[in-house]
Design a protein around this ligand. Structure first.
Ligand SMILES: NC(=O)c1ccc[n+]([C@@H]2O[C@H](COP(=O)([O-])OP(=O)(O)OC[C@H]3O[C@@H](n4cnc5c(N)ncnc54)[C@H](OP(=O)(O)O)[C@@H]3O)[C@@H](O)[C@H]2O)c1
Length: 327
């Protein structure tokens, strides 16, 4: 697979990374441990060198899984993880106090079976801790060699600028896909100006853009999509028009919807690196195949016209979580 640079940080990763969250958390029961290890190793064998986890995925078991799976080729991969919640639990309050960041990093290093975290993100901006203090704490960890690069997730433009002034930010990880294009307005121009890479999460719209989900799909009780307004039965029905359009484009390009959704993101900027997640080998192969799908200027223009004609319905977060993004 081709490689990309995350902005001007010098961090080089495969053009598509692997989102590891769903193996342990968010979309129903965790996969069994051996299956998870095998899938992550299969991703590496197919050229993926960028793996995304977080303390709170599980919590903790996703980092353990990633650590075990990647240990045999640790020096050939880039591991990204995240801090930012009390007790590593995303349902608890935010906590980005410097002493907490340090404690989380020490624990993550052990779970990841490594002596350095290649990319450490603040998972959500903590309104109670100035971002300068967060950047300063990460800068100290970078000086000590425990962390290589600093990242933010779902941060607003002014926070990105303030953080970057203290410790250069290598990458922002936020939601971006054909059905959530808000980052195009202010975030992408800011990142371009500052030389910061962009890592779109949920690049497949949490599975919706692939066509595998429709209005009658039911999710496991523990599946996060049950509380996402965009995934209500009514909104899935309304948003099916986007899946249909994507299907037409995919057919023309002899690719799948998932591949078009990922190729479209790759085509936006050379410093964009999507991190699709899957628990299934055949989908991993399908998704990595997107790195070879080339969209011409005409294709991109036609997609733009189609997307501009569609209004996506439903918020991407319930109200209490919406408050935590874009700050
Ligand atoms: N920073 C943050 O706050 C944040 C938030 C969310 C996610 N993330 C990161 O971003 C990564 C990716 O995001 P995501 O998992 O939310 O969403 P995603 O990659 O857009 O979609 C994942 C979902 O799509 C399904 N899927 C994957 N490939 C498919 C294909 N080819 N055909 C049909 N269905 C397919 C998966 O199901 P199967 O497993 O059944 O294939 C899974 O349910 C996560 O793993 C995590 O590392 C970060």
């Amino acid at each position: 697979m081709q490689k990309r640079h995350l902005g001007t940080s010098g961090l080089e990763v495969s053009a598509l990374g692997m989102g590891c969250m769903g193996l342990s958390f968010g979309y129903g029961p965790a996969v069994d441990h051996t299956t998870g290890v095998q899938l992550l190793r299969a991703a590496f064998e197919r050229g993926v060198t960028f793996f995304d986890t977080a303390e709170c995925y599980g919590p903790f078991i996703n980092e353990e899984l990633v650590g075990e799976a990647l240990a045999p080729f640790r020096d050939q991969v880039v591991i990204a993880t995240k801090f930012g919640f009390e007790n590593g639990d995303s349902k608890q309050p935010l906590n980005s106090r410097p002493n907490h960041i340090r404690a989380v990093v020490e624990a993550s290093l052990k779970r990841l079976r490594t002596d350095r975290i290649d990319l450490l993100y603040q998972h959500r901006v903590d309104p109670h801790v100035p971002i300068e203090d967060v950047a300063g704490a990460v800068a100290q960890l970078i000086q000590e060699g425990k962390v290589k690069h600093f990242g933010l997730s779902e941060a607003g433009a002014s926070t990105i600028r303030r953080a970057h002034a203290v410790q250069p930010v290598a990458a922002l990880q936020s939601e971006y896909s054909m059905w959530w294009r808000e980052p195009e307005r202010e975030i992408l121009p800011t990142l371009a100006e500052l030389g910061i890479g962009f890592v779109p999460f949920s690049p497949l719209g949490k599975g919706f853009l692939t066509g595998a989900i429709n209005e009658s799909t039911t999710f496991d009780d523990s599946d996060f999509r049950n509380v996402v307004p965009r995934f209500s039965e009514q909104n899935r029905k309304a948003n099916a028009v986007l899946v249909d359009v994507l299907g037409q484009i995919a057919e023309r390009k002899q690719a799948t919807r998932a591949q078009i959704a990922l190729a479209w993101l790759l085509a936006q900027q050379p410093w964009i690196v999507p991190i699709p997640g899957t628990t299934k080998l055949h989908r991993l192969e399908e998704n990595t195949g997107a790195a070879s799908v080339v969209l011409s200027a005409d294709d991109l223009a036609a997609i733009q016209v189609a997307l501009d004609g569609i209004t996506v319905v439903g918020d991407r977060y319930p109200a209490h979580l919406q408050k935590r993004v874009g700050n």
